[in-house]
Design a protein around this ligand. Structure first.
Ligand code: ARG
Length: 592
């Protein structure tokens, strides 16, 4: 007995796909194919495109179908009856056009208003995912690349979490390695009372790093001591462990300032965490015959790559790749993650390609791409300054992320103040509101400017552009959302009450277009997760606000006979916009 599809679960596409699956089974029981359901731009709302592919599979095998159009007709006819579909038609070589029922669309929106937007979560084929993001290096610069990783990784985590996936948010900080010998010895030298000092005493860790590096490069005696220091640290000597921890703590509290401003949650499992697992993991790879000796190092040769992946350096030490192999082993076997996602700049693509291949060679991952468990590298481009070069600020050669975020807030605050003063609204605002709004708008602008582009492209950092209230910016979208909230407020109607007492109808073409677009939300999140592309969600949010404008221009809301239905559409739009903001890590504002 076939199980009835659960009504209402998953995106519209997923719900239609279930109907199509059962139709396909009835139409061509002899072949097993994936349902192909797409949004249709022209002829209908959705489209099923299975007929042509099926035709090429069954023709010449004594099938009773005469052509792909006949298969399309049969697919349409065999769709189980459902209140989702209003009508179907078949075009050309078997495209099945599907028009959704207005009543069903309206009901789906109203159900969401009543039961919450979590009922619109897509269903994803994974239960647990690791997202490895941000991942700065201790005592080194946390740069704009790490900012991008933090913003992109956080959004992906939010989208997966919304889709009911258990997400392990991992900060894979660079807290291990040979630089610590030099840092620790320098700490002992500079601060004999290092155990007592607070983080302020050391001041800027990046400067500390540079000073210790120059000491290392210029003094052979210090260099010798630093190299010994690494051995003593890795051997577990108490004093060295403690000093290492001190340096990590100072770095961490600096990173946390950034995470706090961005409202990003991460769990730190740094490179040091995986270090104890490396020997056993390499032993396993060795027993599978993957590891070879090359010029004194232990390496894995990988097809299609000129140079091998080094897993033990010539001096016997482990490296970035051996740590990543151990971390992957841990994530697959201990944490039981099915999808492991790494967010770094595209410059690291080769590293990920190579160690993913090594994992496939070891049989940890299936050969077939796309099957679970799987790994993905989410690469992103550079952040450029207005001069087209790598982004830098005037004062220092590096960009201090905290200062950058503070500047976004200051600028958004002064713009807000200016506007409120000009239109005389400043009296309506408390200091706290001003503060919170400029933060939401300022930080949101930085995030959105990053997320709205395809992540692989370089993007130009410009406060003027991101804080503009025109065009595809977070500020524009915040305004659009606040305006909807104000329409609802000014109607003096209680939408909380209306959503159960009233009903939505979609008779006007612009109401229908808006309604259809609203219910696409789940499949947009699904697509953004499947392809790991947050810009897909940004595009949706922007289009949604444009569609709302069109609706609002052509359909009178307050005082019209359709007031109740239209207020509910306003409310649904606001709810969906807010959920998009939430997924993008942006705090929505209700008045602007
Ligand atoms: N710490 C590295 C860097 O700053 C990024 C680490 C990314 N994650 C990983 N598992 N390799 O470039």
């Amino acid at each position: 007995q076939e199980q009835e599809p659960t009504v209402g679960a998953g995106s519209v596409k997923q719900q239609l796909s279930r109907l199509v699956i059962s139709s396909l089974r009835a139409t061509v029981p002899e072949v097993e194919v994936e349902p192909m359901v797409e949004v249709s731009a022209k002829f209908a709302d959705y489209q099923c495109n299975n007929a042509m592919g099926l035709w090429s599979k069954v023709k010449g095998s004594g099938t009773s179908f005469k052509n792909p159009n006949a298969i399309g007709q049969a697919i349409a006819k065999n769709l189980p009856s459902s209140d989702i579909i209003e009508s179907t038609s078949v075009a050309g070589p078997g495209f099945v056009n599907i028009t959704l029922s207005n009543h069903w669309v309206a009901k789906r929106i109203q159900d969401m208003l009543v039961n919450g937007i979590s009922t619109w979560a897509p269903i994803l084929p994974v239960k647990r995912a690791v997202i490895d993001f941000s991942s700065p290096n201790i005592a080194k610069e946390m740069h704009v690349g790490h900012l991008r990783s933090t913003i992109i990784g956080d959004t992906l985590a939010r989208m997966f979490e919304f889709s009911n996936v258990d997400v392990l948010r991992r900060n894979h900080v660079g807290d291990w390695g040979t630089q610590f010998g030099m840092l620790i010895e320098y700490l002992f030298e500079k601060f004999p009372n290092w155990q007592e000092i607070g983080s302020q005493a050391i001041g800027d860790l990046q400067i500390f790093y540079k000073a210790s590096k120059s000491r290392f490069d210029n003094d052979p005696e210090f260099k010798e001591r630093a190299q010994q220091g690494v051995v003593r640290l890795q051997g577990g000597e108490e004093k060295y462990r403690e000093a290492w921890k001190k340096i990590c703590d100072i770095s961490r509290s600096e990173f946390d300032l950034v995470y706090k401003r961005l409202n990003v949650v991460l769990e730190e499992k740094g490179e040091s965490f995986y270090n104890p697992y490396i020997p056993q993991v390499l032993a396993e790879l060795n027993s599978k015959g993957l590891i070879q000796e090359s010029e004194g190092a232990q390496v894995i040769f990988i097809e299609g790559h000129q140079i091998p992946l080094i897993v033990v350096k010539r001096d016997g030490g482990f490296n970035y790749a051996s740590t990543d192999l151990a971390a992957l082993w841990y994530r697959l076997n201990v944490e039981k993650a099915e999808w492991i996602i790494y967010v770094t700049d595209v410059g690291q693509q080769q590293h990920f390609d190579m160690f993913f291949s090594a994992a496939r060679m070891a049989g940890w991952l299936p050969d077939q791409k796309g099957k679970f468990p799987k790994t993905s590298h989410v690469g992103f481009g550079l952040v450029l300054g207005s001069d087209g070069k790598r982004f830098r600020t005037r004062s220092t050669e590096v960009v201090r992320l905290v200062e950058l975020l503070d500047e976004a807030k200051t600028r958004s605050k002064s713009e807000l103040l200016q506007r409120l003063t000009e239109n005389g609204k400043i009296v309506d605002w408390t200091d706290e509101e001003l503060e919170q709004t400029s933060e939401a708008v300022g930080y949101g602008a930085v995030k959105y400017a990053d997320l709205k582009n395809n992540r692989l492209t370089n993007y130009t950092f410009s406060f003027e552009q991101m804080l503009s209230d025109k065009g595809n910016t977070a500020v524009y979208l915040q305004y659009a959302h606040a305006r909807i909230c104000s329409i609802i407020r000014k109607s003096n109607k209680d939408v909380e009450e209306l959503k159960t007492s009233g009903a939505i109808s979609l008779d006007h073409p612009d109401e229908r277009v808006l309604g259809l677009y609203l219910i696409r939300f789940a499949e947009v999140v699904e697509e953004a997760c499947t392809n790991l592309l947050p810009n897909v969600l940004c595009e949706y949010l922007y289009n949604l606000s444009e569609m709302f404008t069109k609706f609002y221009t052509n359909c009178q809301v307050v005082g019209s006979p359709e007031e109740t239905s239209r207020l509910l559409l306003c409310q649904a739009t606001a709810v969906v916009m807010r959920q998009c903001f939430q997924l993008l890590g942006i705090t929505p504002v209700y008045k602007l």
